[in-house]
Ligand binder design. Structure first.
Ligand SMILES: [Zn+2]
Length: 409
């Protein structure tokens, strides 16, 4: 059977699920166990790292004893290093050392994943040179990873591994048993019904701080998850701004739907659900249309959360759902064999796309938020601000942005 990485197509799904109280306990147990193993590795390795440095020993665990003149403290350090190394040598050893890790509800794959995650963090540290793996603190959101295995099967399907779909509403997971899921995508439902060869890879089980449970699954297959969309030979840039939802590089504008405003007011539960669903539909339809009609879509990167000190702006971004929208564009582009790109938004608003002049430089007046329309002082081109920005975004994505074009006298 092919490994996950050698399959041609990959697809990730996220499902809400509803565990019983017994299943919740098992999830908590596995989260705690995974964290315990990770922290054991982090703690013991860190101790060894410092001890080795202290002893200035670079090779072999037997080496400390080759130093005849270790004092008591050094001898103790050397012993610790040997003991820790032994415990961490094999994943099995740590399970043998702590009886509570051998409880039958604990998924051995969750423990193996903890070690793998730790090693990844350590390798990252070695490559980058800072950020030694730190302890995972106890949190109110839990998660752990397990894997779907196919020990004897000749071919992998959605319903024959150790993690498997029972039907469109139920999944069976290692240790947890059958869980009830919500909202399986049509695309996956069809694969399940038509018995399309599909491998399940890593499965992440998650509880949010708000007590909702989610399951993420990696899927792999040699049969594409969706039919490729025909090429259109069209490219487009989109500018996301606070006045409307987006403006594209052809000058088309999509207004901000009104139900977002309502979502802030106190509404009856049913109304909030409806407004959320409307927003989801709006984002789905718009992102599909963009990917379908263009081979390349370019947008600006949204600044990361911690950079957004402007509370009003970060609130607006989450209200409008831009981040979700860009995620949709990214996965749909991948799914339908199109391209989606994000670029650094620097100067996209201030630059005249016609001559390359950047407003706010070389004595040109910087555009303010209220300047919806403006005329370039160099080439006299009249611009609608957001439209001009969208053209710049596309040009930046295409790499055809040269600054500024030479002025001919
Ligand atoms: Zn100009």
């Amino acid at each position: 059977m092919k490994r996950m990485s050698s399959l041609a197509y990959h697809f990730g799904i996220k499902l809400r699920f509803y565990p019983s109280s017994k299943q919740k306990k098992i999830i908590k147990l596995n989260y705690d166990a995974q964290r315990f193993v990770y922290n054991s590795y982090a703690g013991r390795n860190r101790t060894n790292y410092h001890a080795r440095r202290f002893l200035a020993i670079n090779q072999g665990q037997a080496m400390p004893f080759a130093f005849p003149i270790l004092n008591d403290y050094e001898a103790k350090l050397a012993e610790t290093v040997v003991a820790n190394d032994e415990l961490l040598a094999k994943p099995k050893n740590i399970r043998d050392a702590y009886s509570f890790l051998r409880v039958k509800e604990i998924d051995s794959l969750a423990l193996a994943n903890a070690i793998q995650n730790y090693r990844k963090a350590w390798n990252h540290y070695r490559k980058i040179g800072h950020g030694i793996p730190t302890f995972h603190k106890k949190r109110s959101d839990w998660s752990y990873q397990t894997n779907c295995q196919y020990p004897k099967q000749k071919e992998a399907y959605l319903d024959n591994g150790t993690a498997k779909f029972i039907d469109a509403k139920h999944i069976k997971l290692p240790k947890l048993g059958v869980i009830r899921i919500a909202g399986l995508r049509k695309l996956i439902k069809e694969r399940l019904l038509k018995h399309v060869s599909t491998r399940i890879g890593t499965v992440t089980i998650k509880k949010t701080a708000g007590d909702q449970f989610y399951l993420s699954m990696q899927l792999g297959s040699d049969i594409a998850f969706a039919q490729k969309l025909p090429k259109t030979q069209s490219q487009i840039g989109i500018d996301l701004n606070l006045d409307n939802f987006l403006t594209d590089s052809n000058g088309a504008m999509v207004a901000k739907p009104r139900f977002y405003r309502n979502a802030k007011k106190k509404l009856a539960h049913a109304q909030r659900v409806l407004s959320r669903r409307q927003r989801e539909d709006f984002l789905q339809v718009l992102s599909t249309a963009l990917i379908k009609n263009h081979d390349l879509v370019v947008a600006e990167e949204l600044r990361s959360k911690n950079l957004l000190k402007n509370h009003a702006l970060s609130q607006a971004i989450s209200d409008v759902g831009w981040r979700r929208f860009l995620n949709m564009l990214a996965y749909k582009a991948k799914l339908y064999d199109k391209e989606f790109q994000t670029i650094d938004p620097k100067y996209t608003t201030q630059r005249c796309h016609n001559c390359g002049t950047i407003m706010g430089q070389n004595g040109c007046r910087k555009l303010k938020l209220k300047d919806r329309e403006w005329t370039c002082p160099m080439c006299q081109t009249y611009h609608i601000r957001d439209w001009n920005a969208a053209v710049n975004i596309l040009e930046k994505g295409l790499g055809s942005w040269q600054n500024p074009k030479k002025q001919t006298a």
